[in-house]
Design a protein around this ligand. Structure first.
Ligand code: ADP
Ligand code: MG
Length: 392
């Protein structure tokens, strides 16, 4: 197979001197509460977005080429912050948005040639967008010599996604991609934005299954859930979800009405589940972790209404494999309406488990399941390739 460096050399007729890698992430628990100031527990994973960079270019332009986007080469000016509206060019709004967020802080991007490679499926709920943004943020910092903290970088990337892509995402994705620690989950408090790495139990592996579903409705539904939560908070006369107990939600059931009551019940119970899961993880209480992941999935399915049939089939299939055989929890991960499921399994049975999930999925949908085993990974980083010789 032709290496990414060789592909870069063939495309640009020069060798790259920087390699930037940004991982995807799964979230173990704490879904749809990052934008509500809750705590979440993501893990950075091995599949990643890679940038190869040659810091020189034609007339100071930024040349971009992604193997995932028709292999077309684009040239943009470091000062041209016009949004791209043609569908096949919309992905450029991620790098342009990040450049614009740095320019707002007085940090200008210089010309360079960039090749983008990815082992992370895009649009599968594994944060390829945050990986792409973070990789570009590191690139801008490296070329300008003006680096910033992981938190500040994540905030700039989040701002780019809000303003340039129109997705009002929370901060979880960008922080997990930036701050991942090998063999650890991250407990991120999205209210004060603090991050605490929590060790993952030895011998547990992560299995990710891509449901293959991308709902066109997802963006609209995401906005609606955010609006529902704002309306519920107002009815509960509170400024922060962190101050609201389940008792208070139950007491206000009538005022909230059926839909907002269910949304509120998900938020407060999910916040509690993250605390319980974090304790269970620290104390190696695997069956408690599995119970909490099941409850989280059910709450997302029934109260927050963001699951779909394919995700439910995969999660149910995970649990029917059985705890005694080494299964330790399954859940949808990411915003939902399709995307992926995350499964915790003992390393000795991971391949049997993947086979089991694939068989159940095929039985239900008559198509192949894209499912993979992954370890946790460290966060986004940059490496010099200056000693590397191009294989031209
Ligand atoms: P997720 O973050 O869960 O993968 P999103 O819809 O938030 O899903 O982001 C996916 C979008 O990010 C893609 O449609 C594309 O615009 C952009 N993207 C992701 N990876 C790449 C890549 N390797 N090259 C170009 N664009 C990418
Ligand atoms: Mg995304």
């Amino acid at each position: 197979m032709i290496s990414d460096v060789d592909q870069f050399c063939a495309q640009y007729d020069c060798a790259p001197s920087l390699r930037i890698e940004a991982p995807g992430r799964v979230n173990l628990i704490g879904e749809h509460i990052d934008y509500l100031g809750g705590c979440v527990m993501p893990v950075a994973i091995e599949p990643k977005v890679t940038l190869l960079v040659a810091p020189e270019s034609d007339g100071g332009k930024i040349e971009l080429w992604s193997t995932e986007q028709n292999d077309t080469k684009y040239k943009i000016s470091p000062r041209d912050f016009a949004p791209r509206t043609i569908p096949k060019e919309r992905w450029l709004n991620y790098p342009i948005g990040v450049m614009s967020a740095y320019a707002e802080q007085g940090v200008m991007t210089q010309g360079c040639r960039v090749g983008i490679f990815s082992t992370l499926p895009a649009g599968a709920g594994l944060s390829s967008s945050a990986a792409l943004e973070t990789a570009f943020a590191l690139l801008i910092e490296e070329l300008s010599g003006q680096s910033c903290s992981i938190l500040e970088r994540a905030l700039r990337c989040q701002r780019a996604e809000h303003k340039w892509v129109g997705v009002p995402c929370g901060i979880m994705d960008q922080l997990s991609v930036g701050a991942g620690v090998k063999n650890h989950a991250l407990r991120i408090d999205c209210e004060d934005q603090s991050i605490k790495p929590v060790p993952l139990p030895k011998g547990l592996n992560l299995v990710v299954a891509d449901s293959g579903v991308k709902h066109a409705l997802a963006d609209g539904e995401y906005h609606e859930r955010r609006r529902d939560c704002e309306a519920a908070l107002e009815i509960l006369h509170e400024k922060s979800w962190r101050n609201i107990s389940l008792e208070s939600v139950l007491k206000n059931q009538e005022a909230l009405g059926d839909r907002l009551f269910k949304r509120a019940r998900h938020v407060v119970t999910e916040m509690q589940r993250v605390n319980d899961f974090s304790d269970a993880l620290i104390n190696n209480q695997i069956s408690k972790m599995a119970r909490l992941m099941r409850a989280s999935h059910n709450s997302l399915r029934d109260d927050f209404e963001v699951s779909c049939y394919e995700l439910d089939v995969l999660v149910d299939a995970g649990f029917t494999f059985g705890a005694r055989k080494g299964h330790a929890g399954s859940r949808m991960t990411g915003a939902g309406f399709g995307g992926s499921t995350i499964h915790l399994v003992h390393e000795s049975i991971a391949s049997n488990f993947i086979e089991h999930l694939g068989a159940r999925y095929h039985e239900a949908f008559e198509r192949e399941l894209n499912c993979f085993l992954t370890q946790s990974s460290h966060g986004a980083h940059i490496r010099s390739l200056s000693t590397l010789k191009p294989a031209l």
